[in-house]
Write a protein that binds this ligand. Sequence first.
Ligand code: ADP
Ligand code: MG
Length: 259
Amino acid sequence: MIVIAVANQKGGVGKTTTAINVGTALAATGLRVLLLDLDPQGNASTGLGIGHSQREFSTYDLLIGDTSLEEAAVATRIPRLDIVPATVDLSGAEIELIEFDARTHRLDRSVRSGGDRWDVVLIDCPPSLGLLTINAMVASHALLVPLQCEFFALEGLSQLLTTVERIRGRFNPGLSILGVVLTMYDRRNRLTDQVSDDVRAVLGRVVFDTVIPRNVRLSEAPSHGVPALIYDHRCAGSQAYIALAREVIGRMPSAAEAA
Ligand code: ADP
Ligand code: MG
């Protein structure tokens, strides 16, 4: 089992869209995928059509209670794609976690209990570098970082990378960066090209070849409770996520060895 956190402390950069659609594309290749919705907003859960009545257990219970992954996971409409949904309780978890001695390792402990039921665990992180994201980084082999092509993109990234260094030094020496994916790419916008060139010049091969275009189908799909890959598998956004998932698979073995 390989654990990948989709993380960036900025909101609205495409974390949830990436987690849902990469998860769906990986499941389509035959891998058994579990998505952990670690954002109190619960967008990944809603985007996969998980109603509130299906949220008996949530990632809150993984962090604060003794609920196992197996108890908390619910099936989605996508074969081989399960989810542990988020509930609003999660917004209080950050404070409640402070009470625990092992406050940084609560999610790690739950994920380790998952055994062999899933091949890939994808964690959809909230837009902060607080204890929820730290729990995700401690539990993960690798990070998948969506980066929106905008002016301060690199500044935000350096803050993220500093946190990754700290997590490596203190808790999880094997944590690697699986890759950075440029999202909401708009070819007609010269700033996008400029930012993309800068990011590739600074970060090099860690940046995935695949870029995710700005695509209205990607933003429409969540309100239908299905991944874009199901809503319209032919749209440019879906095709980009299929290509990204292929690159993710190509990078996974080395990420697993590193951990
Ligand atoms: P995050 O999880 O980082 O906050 P989201 O994945 O929720 O970001 O994306 C933020 C908003 O932008 C959502 O409304 C989503 O539907 C939309 N969105 C995400 N990626 C794209 C894209 N490539 N093209 C167009 N809209 C997108
Ligand atoms: Mg999100």
